[in-house]
Design a protein around this ligand. Structure first.
Ligand SMILES: Cc1cc2nc3c(=O)[nH]c(=O)nc-3n(C[C@H](O)[C@H](O)[C@H](O)COP(=O)(O)OP(=O)(O)OC[C@H]3O[C@@H](n4cnc5c(N)ncnc54)[C@H](O)[C@@H]3O)c2cc1C
Length: 282
């Protein structure tokens, strides 16, 4: 179908989608199209493949161990599954995306793949050890969410690939903290996303994950902090909090205190991580 000199394809199933994409590699995949509607730099787009009718991309499947979300499932549909099924940290992250009308349109795949701001969902999916299924016409591959974006903040989806589903392990975590700090700027606010998970047994941290999404930077995860705190007894001592602050100060990129925004983001990153440890309870 052609609209205003743009060819728009509406595949109904995954095979059709992949073969249309393979024959039209220059086409733009669109799900809820929110990014497209908010971007004035789209005049070069001549072909669009809408994935909203692809049945396989809208499926949700649950087992005892994981839940699979089709990439074109909307944020509202996922929220309706409920916080007793999907991990509460993901529920809270998705609930804080835009307004209800935005969540009715935005898809989980589009949220992961958007380039405008750091998505609410990607840092959480990394912390939860989620996997992404990527497919082209000839093969399928699985990739951990943590390997999905590179240091220069580009995703590693190949041009002929489509994100098909997101697999989220249903591992139990005692503590699941999601926080979003918003800095108002331009069209989209710059966001700092904090995700902290901890498993605590007899007042001892037996496992933990901390992931942050930061504006214009790759995701932040420091395994040496996690290793340092696994095995520690609660409450965390002042000595360990001081040690944590030192590790963070050494690890995070140094910024000039004249660069107010970066300086604020760096200090806020440290504060969010330190507070997570100070507030950990059995
Ligand atoms: C007012 C407003 C407030 C917002 N607030 C927030 C917020 O607080 N937090 C937040 O995280 N986001 C926020 N957003 C961004 C919004 O969440 C994203 O724009 C939305 O999730 C994108 O989803 P979509 O389905 O519309 O994706 P689209 O716009 O259709 O696609 C986005 C990108 O992903 C690609 N893509 C989509 N699906 C696939 C797939 N299955 N395979 C391959 N490529 C694919 C597209 O080609 C495109 O490049 C906000 C947006 C608006 C307009």
């Amino acid at each position: 179908m052609r609209k205003d000199n743009i060819a728009v394809f509406f595949p109904k199933n995954l095979n059709d989608l992949l073969s249309i994409y393979s024959s039209n590699p220059e086409a733009e995949i669109l799900a809820g199209a929110l990014e497209f509607m908010n971007n004035s730099n789209v005049t070069h787009i001549k072909k669009i493949i809408s994935i909203t009718s692809v049945s396989e991309l809208k499926k949700v499947h649950r087992t005892d161990k994981y839940i699979d979300l089709g990439a074109a499932t909307t944020i509202s549909q996922i929220l309706r599954i409920g916080q007793y099924v999907i991990p509460p940290i993901l529920y809270n992250a998705l609930k804080s995306i835009g307004s209800p009308s935005i969540r009715n349109i935005a898809t989980i795949g589009g949220n992961i793949l958007q380039s405008s701001i750091i998505s609410n969902s990607l840092p959480v999916l990394c912390a939860l050890n989620a996997g992404f299924e990527l497919r082209n016409l000839s093969k399928s591959r699985w990739l951990p969410a943590s390997q999905f974006i590179t240091n220069d903040k580009k995703n590693i989806l190949n041009k002929d690939e489509v994100l098909v589903r997101i697999r989220i392990p249903l591992t139990f975590w005692h503590t699941q903290i999601f926080k979003k700090v918003t800095l108002k700027s331009n069209i989209y606010p710059a966001q700092l996303i904090f995700c902290g998970l901890a498993h605590i047994a007899k007042s001892i941290i037996s496992d933990m994950k901390i992931v942050l999404g930061r504006p214009n930077k790759s995701l932040f995860r420091n395994r040496s902090i996690e290793t340092y705190f696994i095995g520690k007894k609660l409450p965390i001592s002042d000595k360990d909090i001081n040690q944590l602050t030192e590790i963070l100060d050494d690890t995070l990129e140094q910024v000039e205190d004249t660069d107010e925004k970066e300086f604020y983001l760096r200090n806020t990153t440290i504060r969010l991580i330190v507070n997570f440890f100070k507030e950990l309870k059995q």
